[in-house]
Design a protein around this ligand. Structure first.
Ligand code: HMG
Ligand code: MG
Length: 307
């Protein structure tokens, strides 16, 4: 099932971004079952957890235990973990995490609410985190949140986003994920940014991270793909949201993205039937409806056939 040469790379963020905002705290065992089902479906990069304050994000409170129980037998599978500061890095190092994801934002207000740091402070922290993480041979992803719009400050400036992308590239992140945290981006904003940034940075270094709040994520993915981006963050079943971004609903559903590319005859390396099983499993554990169009359609057809 695992394919190295897929045209499209999907970074599955369900176990972290998908679950972090869920009130019902799942057991470590349930999360591991979910992650293993995602691997079976063909996903090879799975953001497993985050090393953040458990009193603030209780769902991620089992990060060290969860990571220590992940199946590390397949070298094609990697498990990046979110790290907000040096304390988080220290915990990740103790847990022998191989890949971390650091994060900051374009919006000052959001960054302060999210990690209690100004943008300037967080960029300084990030350089230090990267220095220590590199000394431990860790791979480093970076996120830029509120890339196109912020719940507190409104529309963001494209030039600020371009400059921050270049700084993170400079600091040594191998992959920079551009987060539309509250799902408000329009395709013209996405193309404006990508046209500008690609003059200075190889688009192979970027992943696009769309939330589907306004149901524009697939349009934005199409725009990004047409301009040369081939890596996208997605979440099984469309779970997701950020505790510090009012109105941030789910990430774009992995099913919807796989289905979209399959229709274009573009390989994602993911088996939709097995992915569906993983999503249905976790949705049932959370007692939640899906926002995935593909999955909603599947459930509707199944119910009609049964009646
Ligand atoms: P702080 O309170 O500013 O940290 O929290 P502090 O350095 O002042 O320390 C205060 C206490 O917290 C101390 O404990 C520290 O040890 C402890 P005490 O001495 O009082 O007992 N502490 C920690 N404990 C566990 N893990 C840590 C840690 N750091 C300090 N890493 C912090 C700063 C960033 C930790 C906090 O604000 C936090 O945990 N925030 C949560 C951030 C979060 O998870 N946000 C959601 C993820 S981002 C996202 O979803 C967006 C994304 O998907 C992309 C997109 O869509 O845009 C990535
Ligand atoms: Mg997100």
């Amino acid at each position: 099932m695992l394919e190295q040469n897929s045209t499209i790379k999907l970074v599955e963020v369900g176990p972290r971004d998908g679950l972090q905002n869920e009130k019902k705290v799942l057991s470590t065992e349930e999360k591991l079952v979910f992650i293993n089902m995602l691997i079976k479906a063909g996903l090879t990069k799975i953001e497993a957890t985050s090393f953040v304050r458990p009193d603030i994000v209780p769902q991620m409170g089992d990060s060290s235990l969860l990571y220590s129980k992940l199946d590390q037998s397949n070298s094609l599978v990697s498990y990046p973990c979110l790290v907000p500061n040096l304390k988080g890095l220290e915990m990740a190092i103790k847990t022998e995490v191989k890949e971390i994801a650091i994060f900051t934002a374009i919006s000052e207000t959001f960054n302060k609410k999210n990690i209690n740091r100004t943008i300037k402070e967080s960029l300084k922290d990030i350089q230090e985190i990267i220095k220590y993480a590199k000394a431990e041979n860790m791979k480093i992803r970076a996120y830029i949140s509120t890339a196109f719009g912020c719940p507190y400050e409104g529309e963001m400036k494209t030039d600020d986003l371009v400059n921050m992308t270049l700084s993170l590239d400079d600091f040594g992140a191998y992959d920079i994920s551009i987060g539309d945290t509250i799902g408000v981006a329009f395709p013209h904003q996405v193309s404006n940014y990508l046209e500008k940034v690609k003059a200075h940075c190889d688009l192979a270094k970027l992943s696009m991270h769309f939330h589907d709040t306004k149901e524009r994520a697939i349009d934005n993915i199409k725009t990004s793909y047409d301009l040369g981006v081939t890596s996208f963050d997605t979440s099984a079943g469309g779970l997701g949201g950020c505790p510090f971004a009012k109105g941030a609903t789910g990430n774009v559903a992995t099913e919807d993205v796989v289905d979209f590319f399959e229709k274009l005859k573009i390989n994602t390396g993911v088996n939709l039937n097995l992915l569906r099983e993983a999503s249905l499993y976790i949705l049932k554990k959370l007692n939640k409806q899906t926002t995935s169009k593909y999955l909603q359609n599947y459930i509707k057809n199944k119910n009609e056939n049964e009646n």
